[in-house]
Design a protein around this ligand. Structure first.
Ligand code: ADP
Ligand code: MG
Ligand code: MG
Length: 907
């Protein structure tokens, strides 16, 4: 037998578990009613009723009877009748969806007032002015929200009031106007304004303001339903990823009044400070006002502590209720409250939003006092919040006017002198100078400069431009697309819209969190958390809270966390931040800078002897690099990837060369040779070209040189008493045959070096899985691999058949808007497609080789959602940039807790 659907719940019938049906606000009102808190009585119309109304234009059949029944109950409870002429019951009609959408939908107050009940209200309250002010507010709100009258028309009518009525407060004209509407109109003027408002409605709609209270109520409920599809609400849902089809509930509640004199008022209170997490009551109070005035910021509110002086009894009672709520919800709560002639009413509660800092401190404190378990405390924080806490910040004042605004591409604060190319950044950094690399846009060639600089500033490109993506990956501050800047790299300067010229060497402050750039050095506040994490210890309450959460995460997580690091400095930093090895050591940057000449010589070599000579020159340099990295990671695994990108990336740009040759009086023969090489190696689609293992197999001696450099570095470290654990990783393998060939060559060189030095070399050899074919044939490939490392960047490109560099700038914005995907598959792993390949490959690989080690080294390794997925498919480790390691540790811990306890893993 099916239970008939119920569309209306009295507050006493609901509970906190019913947020889907009653909305967050309704569930909170119900829960507080059950707890015995002083909540004005009322009832909630369900989200189901809203859905029916939005689909059909009519409420469900049962609704009318149920609503009438609940209204009658409310009237009995209050001993008054809605809109009755002598002593009217007034109600508010409040929106409230499942997920908090503050201020995004409509709420209508004072329903039940009309030409007759306004005098009744005047009599029972003893305040004529108050009654008429309430009435004109209702007409204004109802006219705008329900009858669709332009709100500006009412504002104009208020603004047209004689200036003499505006009390001088020394505030802005806006504030004075607001004060006038609130407090300074006398009854006669309010009555006049009420008539004017009714005229406006009549003129605009051809309809009278409805006098029938039941009609007002019914229409207000529909207006709230409709506000679910209002523009504000839709935009907000899109940004917050709230589903479109949930609908809103509607709460009908007896009105209480905070504007009945100095013994009345309204406010907002938190059980703890939502900014810092400091425990103890916190909030604002506005005497003699309605709640809407606080939100509108009409008058400056007082700190809540003032209430202690104004009304000590009320203050104590409020404190009791806040403690009750926090103990009940076991979390930070906030409430909206109103005091009507000394009587306290609670109008709303919810688990409060908070800053990253407060999130960690509150979780820690509640865990400490036993309110929640350490597992729960871990689930109350997340990696994104931790990352925010790690960035240093500027200490700015409003007086610090920026030179320009751009896209806040990678957060944090950095100060340095402006430089206009990569080489200058590298040169100055070598001399210990901090720099800001300023470019129109960046290319892979700028990488050394980006590494050397403190911040990157570009005048073109958005959040997914090269500069933005690379900077974020490195945890480097970046503002991109500052279009007001005209960058002139040749003259080495940029000009702002207002004509300010900034030359190379001038000091800049770049705020990657705000997306601004300032001239000169703004004061920096180092992040205590960042410092404490690198040191592994710290004293402040916040750092204690962060370290505590991480310690618990480390104790429960199944995933290891390794770093993507290419230099000894990065390796050391990663290790300090908790990395358990290097999951990806790229060797390509070891081919850049001054070594370019050697690489060119290798590429241009006309015969084996010339090539071997060039490679022999590179060998000691590579060996040194590896020795440094193995030293920094002593005792921990270091996965070294053999050269991956196509060789032409190490040669000059084709057009640039051609122009140089064409315009030179005496063309450089070397340039001519280079151009020929560039043209010979040109590929239509280098992403799918001669790179990865293909390169290693095609260029004689290249792979051998790299393997030898690794092997000799290991020998060096062993000789120095170290414990090196190098692993060699072959990129872009598509078939086991490629891996077999590469493996044979690798083993040959390893054996050679072992024999020369009389040592045994234990060096696992594995492959990246970054092509669908590799994933699909993982069972075969595992026969020749000691480990798999999923290169999910390339695997995403090749699975989707798109090039990231092109796609992100062209159709991704459209796809995101149309909902083809909710988030870029490069930001979070596409579980259904790319993730499925990972899952298949792990399974097939382990079936063949039970000792196969599996990890992920794409950028997804540092993404919270992806980490939860990698946990679920049972990878051994994730690898990410050093800066993201603490967040990855935290998320790996949260994934393990979510898995074990079956709790949801989102806040
Ligand atoms: P929002 O979801 O935008 O916060 P609310 O439904 O909470 O909207 O309403 C806005 C304000 O209206 C509240 O802050 C509260 O002060 C006031 N309000 C709502 N219902 C009542 C009521 N029954 N009595 C007095 N004030 C009310
Ligand atoms: Mg509210
Ligand atoms: Mg790759």
């Amino acid at each position: 037998m099916s239970v008939p659907t119920k569309y209306v719940y009295e507050f006493a019938e609901g509970s906190r578990d019913m947020a889907a049906l009653l909305g967050g606000k309704g569930a909170g009102l119900a829960e507080m009613t059950r707890l015995g808190l002083p909540v004005p009585p009322g009832f909630t119309v369900t989200t189901e009723a809203c859905k029916v109304y939005l689909a059909t234009g009519e409420e469900p059949d049962e609704f009318g009877v149920e609503a009438a029944h609940s209204l009658a109950a409310l009237e009995r409870a209050m001993g008054r009748t809605l809109g009755a002429p002598d002593d009217p019951l007034l109600v508010s009609v409040r929106s409230g969806a499942r997920f908090s959408m503050p201020g995004m939908m409509e709420t209508i107050l004072d329903i039940g007032l009309n030409d007759r009940s306004v005098t009744g209200l005047a009599k029972t309250s003893g305040q004529e002015r108050f009654a008429w002010d309430s009435y004109r507010r209702l007409i204004q709100m109802f006219g705008r929200t329900v009858m669709g009258v332009e709100g500006e028309l009412f504002e104009q009518a208020i603004a047209a009031l004689p200036q003499s009525r505006l009390r001088s407060t020394g505030g802005t004209p806006m504030a004075q106007r607001a004060v006038a509407t609130d407090h300074d109109l006398d009854t006669a003027e309010l009555i006049k304004l009420t008539e004017e408002f009714k005229d406006i409605i009549r003129k605009e709609t051809g309809e009278e303001f409805p006098q029938d209270p039941a009609d007002q109520l019914a229409r207000a409920i529909r207006a709230v339903f409709d506000s679910w599809n209002g523009e504000r609400a839709r935009i907000y849902r899109h940004r917050e990823h709230i589903p479109e089809d949930l609908g809103t509930a509607v709460n009908v509640q007896a009105m209480v009044f905070g504007n009945l004199g100095t013994d009345s008022g309204t406010g907002v209170a938190f059980t703890r400070d939502p900014a810092t997490g400091e425990s103890g009551m916190y909030g604002d109070y506005l005497p003699d006002a309605q709640g809407e005035d606080v939100v509108a910021g009409v008058r400056d509110a007082l700190p809540l502590s003032e209430l202690k002086i104004l009304a000590p009894g009320t203050y104590i009672e409020l404190g009791d209720h806040l403690r009750t709520l926090e103990a009940h919800y076991r979390d930070l709560c906030d409430v909206e409250f109103t005091v009507e002639r000394g009587k306290l009413w609670i109008l709303q509660t919810r688990v409060g939003k908070r800053t990253a800092e407060a999130a960690f401190r509150i979780a820690h404190d509640l865990g400490d006092d036993g309110t929640i378990s350490t597992d729960e405390a871990l689930m109350r924080v997340d990696g994104a919040a931790l990352t925010r806490l790690m960035f240093p910040r500027f200490d700015t004042t409003p007086a610090d006017v920026p030179l320009a605004h751009g896209v806040p591409a990678s957060p944090g604060a950095a100060v340095g002198v402006a430089v206009f190319d990569s080489a200058e950044a590298v040169r100055r950094a070598a001399g210990g100078e901090h720099t800001v690399l300023v470019r129109r846009e960046t290319t892979p060639d700028d990488l050394p400069g980006m590494i050397a600089a403190e911040a990157v500033l570009t005048s073109r490109g958005g959040k997914t431009s090269h500069a933005a993506v690379v900077a974020r990956g490195m945890g480097k501050v970046c503002v991109c697309g500052a279009e007001a800047l005209t960058v002139d790299p040749v003259a080495r300067r940029f000009t702002t819209e207002s004509g300010v010229v900034v030359h190379e060497g001038d000091t800049l402050s770049v705020d990657g969190t705000a997306g601004t750039v300032h001239l000169g050095a703004l004061p920096l506040t180092a992040s205590d958390v960042g410092r404490a994490l690198e040191a592994g210890t710290g004293t402040g309450q916040l750092t204690q809270a962060v370290l505590g959460a991480l310690a618990h995460a480390d104790s429960v997580r199944g995933l290891e966390v390794r770093a993507n690091a290419d230099t000894p400095e990065d390796a050391a930093r990663a290790r300090a931040l908790g990395a358990q090895g290097i999951g990806l050591c790229r060797t390509e940057h070891m081919f850049l800078g001054e070594r370019r000449a050697l690489v060119e010589a290798m590429i241009l070599a006309s015969d084996d002897t010339a090539r071997e000579a060039a490679l022999a020159n590179l060998l000691p340099l590579q060996r040194e690099d590896f020795t440094g990295i193995l030293k920094a990671m002593d005792g921990l695994p270091v996965t070294i990837r053999l050269l991956d990108p196509p060789l032409h990336e190490f040669l000059p740009d084709r057009t640039e060369l051609a122009v140089r040759l064409a315009s030179a009086v005496h063309p450089d023969p070397h340039d001519r040779e280079l151009l020929q090489a560039v043209e010979r190696m040109h590929e239509q689609n280098p992403m799918l070209g001669l790179r990865g293992v293909r390169l290693g197999l095609a260029v004689p001696g290249l792979m051998a040189m790299q393997v030898r450099a690794v092997a000799e570095a290991v020998i060096d470290r062993l000789g120095a008493g170290g414990r090196p654990h190098a692993e060699i990783m072959i990129p872009l393998v598509g078939t086991v045959e490629e891996l077999r060939l590469a493996r044979a060559e690798t083993e040959r060189v390893l054996a050679e070096v072992a024999a020369e030095t009389g040592t045994t070399l234990d060096c696992p050899i594995g492959t990246m899985i970054e092509l669908p074919r590799a994933a699909l044939t993982a069972g075969r490939i595992a026969e020749a691999a000691d480990f798999f490392s999923f290169g999910t960047n390339d695997l995403t490109q090749t699975t989707w058949g798109l090039s990231r560099d092109d796609a992100e700038a062209s159709f991704f914005p459209l796809y995101l808007e149309k909902g083809v995907f909710a988030v870029s598959p490069f930001d979070s792993i596409d579980e259904e497609g790319v993730g499925r390949l990972v899952e298949l490959a792990v399974e097939a690989g382990r079936a063949v080789n039970p000792r196969l080690e599996t990890g992920v080294c794409g950028e997804h390794g540092g993404d919270p959602d992806s980490i939860h997925f990698f946990h679920s498919v049972g990878l051994d480790y994730v690898s990410c940039s050093p800066f993201r390691i603490p967040a990855a540790r935290l998320e790996a811990g949260r994934a393990a807790v979510a898995d074990r306890t079956g709790t949801s893993d989102t806040r």
